[in-house]
Every structure is written in C-alpha cells, then in structure tokens.
Write a protein that binds this ligand. Structure first.
Ligand SMILES: NC(=O)c1ccc[n+]([C@@H]2O[C@H](COP(=O)([O-])OP(=O)(O)OC[C@H]3O[C@@H](n4cnc5c(N)ncnc54)[C@H](OP(=O)(O)O)[C@@H]3O)[C@@H](O)[C@H]2O)c1
Length: 220
C-alpha cells in the first residue's frame, strides 16, 4: 500500500486530496492543526497539532515517521493575506513566508530519508507566485512566498534527483475554498482530480515543472 502525507488536510484542497487518495487505496496521513468530523469520517491517519511553521511539530512528525517510507508528500497548507502597498503589514508578509515557503522546505528536508526512489513531492503553489505572470501587482506576502516556494522546489529537485525523488509544482486553479471565502470558478474535487493526474504523470528528471491543474505548463 502506498503512503501519502498531506499538510493542511482539515479543509479545502487538502481535505479533497485526503478523500481522493483514500478512494485510491493509499494509506493517507493527514497533518492538521485541528481535525474535523468530516476528516475523521474518512478513516485515515490524522495527526493533530501539526503547525508547519513550528520546528518542534515537524521534528515530532519526523519521529512518528521513523522507518516508514513516503511515496507522496503533498505540501498543501497555506495562507493568504490581502497585502497592498499602503500600510503594508510586514508581519503578515513574514507569516506568509513562514507558512507558504519555509514550512514546505523544512518539512521536505525533515522527511528526506523517508523518500525513496520513485517518491514524489508535490508543492501546492499558486500562479500568483509567477514573476512572469504578475501583471497586476499587490499581494506582496502571498506572491513573494509562493515565488520562494517555487525556487525551493527547483533546488530540491536538483538535490534529490540522484535519490530518485521527483518534485512537481502545482497551481490548483481558482478554487472554491475557505481561503477565498468560497469564491473561485473551480470545485475542489475537480482541481484535485486534475492535480492527481499531474502527479501521476510527473517528469522524474530535472528541471521541475510548474503545472496548472489542467496540465498546461506555467511560466516561472
Ligand atoms: N483556493 C484557491 O483558489 C487557491 C489558489 C491557488 C493556490 N492555492 C493554494 O492551495 C493550498 C490550499 O488552500 P485552500 O484553498 O484549500 O485553502 P484553505 O481552505 O484555507 O485551506 C488551507 C489549509 O492550510 C492549513 N494551514 C494554514 N496554515 C497552517 C499552518 N501554519 N500549519 C498547518 N496547516 C496550516 C489550514 O489549516 P486550518 O484549518 O488549521 O486553518 C487549512 O487546512 C494553499 O497552499 C493555497 O495557497 C489555493
């Protein structure tokens, strides 16, 4: 049985990943700050009190995983704050960097020995992290944190390719979740089934690809 680890599995896109991989008969490990009845009903391994910004939570999870292999790690947990140029709140910029960029990097490195030849790491980024695609400005912390995540993914793919580990960078679309108060033009189930296809078809050599959930390639 294959094992998938998903951060931010309590709702939105992360919950959908947990549900769809459970249906595909994976052993699903959902990392959450706090579980929900809906997640508990999936009958998966749920690990609570996991905050991706906390070094001790990552260390604790690393200990839980000692000796276990991971076929797929999905770095999905993320936050969005609406930063504009006037009165830019640097604390929220920092918070987004910690959660969206440093968290996935720390966790991936912590679990490095659990990844083996054929394993995949999926980074759930955003098109808003594309420098080439930034034609409207603003959103400093979110854009910067996702661009930093994309760069981390590129370095990780170069560093882990000899270990047989592939990385894929995925944009989920504009998805109806808590993050955008249910706005969006795509249902989580469609976004996630599209991203699962991209994970299944991941290119196992470098350079890493930046893919839309619909399969098209995006500009860095
Ligand atoms: N929705 C979109 O249109 C869209 C577009 C592009 C990219 N994305 C990306 O897709 C990913 C999933 O977002 P979503 O739309 O599903 O949003 P969501 O419904 O707000 O879910 C975000 C998840 O991340 C978790 N999380 C946040 N901070 C965390 C932390 N410090 N430690 C651990 N978990 C944390 C949340 O847990 P709690 O329940 O504890 O808060 C929640 O489970 C994010 O990386 C987001 O940037 C979303």
């Amino acid at each position: 049985m294959k094992t998938v680890v998903i951060t931010g599995a309590s709702g939105g896109i992360g919950y959908q990943f947990a549900k769809q991989y459970k249906d595909k008969n994976f052993h699903v490990i959902g990392l959450v700050r706090k579980s929900t009845p809906e997640l508990n009903n999936l009958d998966i391994e749920v690990i609570e009190n996991f905050d991706v910004t906390k070094e001790d939570a990552i260390q604790k999870f690393k200990d839980v995983m000692a000796g276990r292999s991971i076929d797929l790690l999905i770095n999905n947990a993320g936050i969005f704050k609406d930063n504009v140029i006037d009165n830019l709140d640097m604390d929220t910029v920092r918070e987004q960097m910690e959660t969206n960029a440093y968290g996935p990097l720390r966790l991936t490195i912590a679990l490095r020995n659990n990844l083996k030849k054929g394993s995949t790491v999926a980074m759930i980024t955003s098109r808003m992290g594309s420098i080439a695609d930034n034609t409207s400005g603003s959103y400093y912390g979110y854009r910067m944190s996702k661009a930093a995540l994309n760069m981390a993914a590129m370095s990780l793919s170069r560093d882990l390719v000899s270990q047989g580990v592939a990385i894929v960078v995925l944009h989920p679309g504009y998805v109806q979740t808590k993050m955008n108060r249910g706005k969006g033009d795509t249902k989580p189930e469609n976004s996630v089934s599209g991203m699962i296809k991209q994970i299944e078809n991941v290119k196992r050599d470098t350079p890493v690809q930046f893919k839309h959930y619909n399969g098209s390639e995006l500009l860095w």
